[in-house]
Write a protein that binds this ligand. Structure first.
Ligand code: GLP
Length: 241
C-alpha cells in the first residue's frame, strides 16, 4: 500500500489528479470507477481544469460510477447520477458513449445489476477504482457485514450512512433505505485502487484500514488484500483530523 499525506485541500486534489493522470497517460483507454461525495470534489475540479487546459486526456477513458440510491434516476437532482453529471461529466465534456451510470430507477434492479456487470466486463474490467470512505468504513455502498464476494447488488443502507447523508443533503430530504452498489468483488478485481480519506469524522474508519487486519465489519479493510492500493489522505490537523 502506498500512502500519500497531503496538508491542504488543494494538495489533496492535486495528488489525486496526478495519480489519475499518470495512469491515464500510461493507458488513455482506462476504465474508471468513480465515487460521489464531498471527498472527490477537488479531484473532479482538478481533472476538469487539466482536461480543458489540454494537459489531461480523458476523452478515451470510460467512466462508471460506484453506487446509487434505489428509486432515483438521473433526472432527480439528489441522485448520484445527477451528481456525476454536475461535477464531472458535463463540465469535462465527456461523451455519453463513454459513460455508464447506475440506474437507480430501473424497474428491474436485479437486471440492472447484471447489465452493469456485463458492461464492466465488456470493457475488460475496471482499471482505476477511486473510492471515498464512509464514516462506518463502507466503500461505495458496501456496508459493514456485507459479503466481499459480490459484484453489483442492491443493499440496505445502514442508519449511520443515512444519517451522514441526511446531514450533508442541506435540504429536508429523506435518504432512501436501499441503494445499489458496485460490489467489493469488482473493486478488488480493479487493476489499481485509489482510496481518498479526508475529514476528522473518518478517524475510526481510517484506523481500521491502517490497523492492517481484514474485518468484514469494516469493508474498507477488504483493500488490504489488493496488490495495488494507493491512499491519499488530507492530514491538515486544524480542520481534518
Ligand atoms: C457515500 C457514497 C460513497 C462515498 C461516501 C463518503 O456513502 N456511497 O461512495 O465514498 O458517501 O462520502 P463523503 O466523501 O461525502 O464523505
Amino acid at each position: 500500500m502506498r500512502i500519500i499525506n497531503t496538508a491542504t485541500p488543494h494538495a489533496f486534489a492535486s495528488a489525486a489528479a496526478d495519480w489519475t493522470g499518470d495512469h491515464l497517460h500510461d493507458k488513455p483507454q482506462s476504465v474508471l470507477a468513480l465515487p460521489t461525495g464531498n471527498t472527490p470534489l477537488g479531484l473532479y475540479s482538478e481533472l476538469i481544469a487539466r482536461k480543458l487546459a489540454g494537459t489531461l486526456n480523458l476523452d478515451e477513458a470510460k467512466v462508471f460510477n460506484l453506487d446509487e440510491y434505489c428509486g432515483l434516476g438521473q433526472s432527480n437532482p439528489h441522485s448520484y447520477a445527477a451528481f456525476m453529471q454536475r461535477h464531472l461529466i458535463v463540465p469535462a465534456r465527456l461523451g455519453a458513449d463513454r459513460v455508464r451510470l447506475l440506474r437507480g430507477d430501473a424497474t428491474d434492479l436485479e437486471a440492472e445489476c447484471h447489465d452493469y456487470d456485463a458492461a464492466v466486463a465488456d470493457c475488460g474490467g475496471i482499471d482505476l477504482c477511486v473510492l471515498g470512505l464512509g464514516v462506518n468504513g463502507h466503500i461505495a455502498f458496501n456496508e459493514p457485514g456485507s459479503s466481499w464476494d459480490l459484484r453489483t447488488h442492491v443493499v440496505h443502507l445502514s442508519h449511520a450512512t443515512r444519517a451522514a447523508h441526511e446531514r450533508q443533503a442541506q435540504l429536508p430530504w429523506q435518504i432512501p433505505t436501499w441503494g445499489v452498489t458496485m460490489g467489493i468483488k469488482t473493486v478488488l478485481e480493479s487493476r489499481h485502487v485509489l482510496l481518498l480519506i479526508a475529514g476528522s469524522h473518518k478517524e475510526t474508519a481510517r484506523a481500521a484500514v491502517f490497523g492492517g487486519v481484514a474485518d468484514s465489519d469494516w469493508p474498507v479493510t477488504s483493500l488490504l488484500a489488493h496488490p495495488s492500493v494507493t491512499i491519499i489522505e488530507l492530514c491538515s490537523p486544524a480542520e481534518n483530523r
